[in-house]
Design a protein around this ligand. Structure first.
Ligand code: UD1
Ligand code: MG
Length: 408
């Protein structure tokens, strides 16, 4: 047992070395690669600097390609290591590589070609298939104690339990503690991949936010993995595997964040958002902690839920919803969409706006923060949102390690 502990330590140290190299490589690659994307016209205007000199400078876009490539190179090096040490894990590394590589490809082509929405929903699902096919974990979930009576009473299935097992095809354990979702669990994980990739992409638009939120979530996952490894839980092997991926990811991300931080010299592009989202989905699925992962995604979940009226076109959705820069105050304010004075009364009531106004703030958490806390600079806004991310991840830990024990 001491041997395993020592080998775990050695492996972790090797991954830390890789992560530091990933940081150094990305950090030095970005200024180099940005000349290539700029030359091919893959660039964008910094919409958060409108009315200033900076607004006219084209900013190189799609720089997620740098951490993405560095990440793939490092992971392939790990694959070579695994081939000699644990051949069984090869399947996991290979499918992780395939899924992430596919999303990197999809993201980069999206930056160049601007895919329509339907592609962005279908292709991540397909990209998650290699992972789901080699998923050999359990497809059962533990039923929270306060809900068990609904499925089983006196060792007999209740009507609801019967419906679940006969109609939906869910296998309910006779003591009511677990239900085996079977294929539905795989569907859920496929949806998780679509959610993670798009949720990061729509919680974006100010300097440093895409890479910043991914950095915080990455660190939270890492802490979770290390906690599980230290407690020598039975799933140690999975968590070691997931820390390998996350450590390299965090290193590469930090290298990019340095250049994307306010005032950004490069944009990360959809390339980075999809790459980051898929990496999280991969570690959540292969590490068997997809529900804990969702706890770290609370700001993204809130942003998605608050965005749904615009995403599903119940309310108009402009091409860009990022906050508006006011050159007079040099502060950011909520951006808005136009409507008729008698439209969307329910939304105006929610915002406590007079019912006859003709502009309504765009429905993102970013704009909502500005609406609630008042105008602030782009940098302060980014720091505030990242602080909220850290707060939510901490809340996730409390739920996972403290509150969960009362329910499971
Ligand atoms: C998503 C959002 C959109 C938001 C955009 C910005 C939805 C449905 N879509 O669209 O509302 O405006 O991301 O990321 O919510 N940019 C900046 N500063 C930054 C980052 C980006 O000005 O810090 C601008 C640049 O002009 C850049 C462009 O946003 O070229 C990138 O937008 P893109 O990633 O193509 O937008 P979407 O992902 O389609
Ligand atoms: Mg984007």
């Amino acid at each position: 047992d001491n041997n395993t502990a020592a080998s775990t330590k050695t492996q972790l140290m090797a991954y830390v070395v890789l992560a530091v190299s990933a940081f150094l490589m990305t950090n030095s690659l970005v200024p180099h690669i940005q000349q290539y994307t700029l030359r091919k016209g893959i660039c964008g205007k910094d919409l958060g600097k409108r009315g200033t000199d900076r607004a006219e400078i084209p900013i190189p876009e799609a720089l997620g390609i740098a951490p993405g490539t560095v990440f793939l190179v490092c992971l392939i090096l790990c694959l070579v290591g695994y081939a000699t040490q644990h051949p069984v894990k090869m399947l996991d590394v290979n499918s992780a590589l395939l899924s992430i590589c596919f999303m990197l490809f999809l993201g980069f082509t999206d930056d160049v070609l601007d895919w329509p929405w339907r592609y962005k929903l279908v292709l991540p699902t397909v990209a998650s298939l290699p992972l789901l096919c080699c998923y050999n974990g359990s497809t059962s979930i533990v039923v929270p104690i306060p809900l068990r009576w609904m499925l089983v009473q006196d060792s007999q299935l209740t009507i609801l339990g019967e419906i679940a097992s006969q109609v939906i095809g869910i296998d309910v354990a006779t003591n009511g503690t677990t239900v085996d979702l079977g294929i539905l669990y795989l569907v859920y994980m496929g949806l998780l991949a679509v959610f993670c990739t798009n949720a990061i992409n729509i919680y974006a638009g100010i300097n440093g936010l895409e890479a910043g939120q991914s950095y915080v979530i990455g660190c939270a996952i890492l802490v979770h993995n290390l906690t599980e490894i230290a407690s020598r839980s039975s799933t140690q092997e999975n968590h070691l595997f997931s820390s390998m991926i996350v450590l390299i990811f965090v290193g590469a991300t930090l290298g990019l964040l340095r250049h994307n931080w306010y005032p950004a010299t490069v944009f990360v592009g959809d390339t980075y958002c999809y790459f980051a989202g898929m990496t999280f989905a991969v570690v959540g699925i292969l590490g068997h902690f997809s529900k804990t992962l969702l706890l770290f995604f609370i700001p993204q979940v809130l942003n998605f839920v608050w965005s749904t009226p615009q995403l599903f076109k119940v309310v108009p959705c402009p091409r860009h919803r990022l906050p508006a820069f006011n050159p007079k105050t040099t502060l950011m304010e909520p951006s808005t969409f136009d409507c008729a004075s008698d439209q969307y009364r329910w939304l105006k009531r929610l915002y406590r706006l007079p019912s006859d106004v003709t502009t309504i703030p765009n429905m993102t958490i970013i704009n909502l923060t500005l609406y609630l806390l008042g105008p602030m600079s782009e940098k302060t806004l980014c720091v505030t949102l990242l602080a909220f991310q850290i707060l939510c991840c901490s809340f996730g830990f409390v739920m996972r390690y403290y509150v969960a024990q009362f329910f499971f």
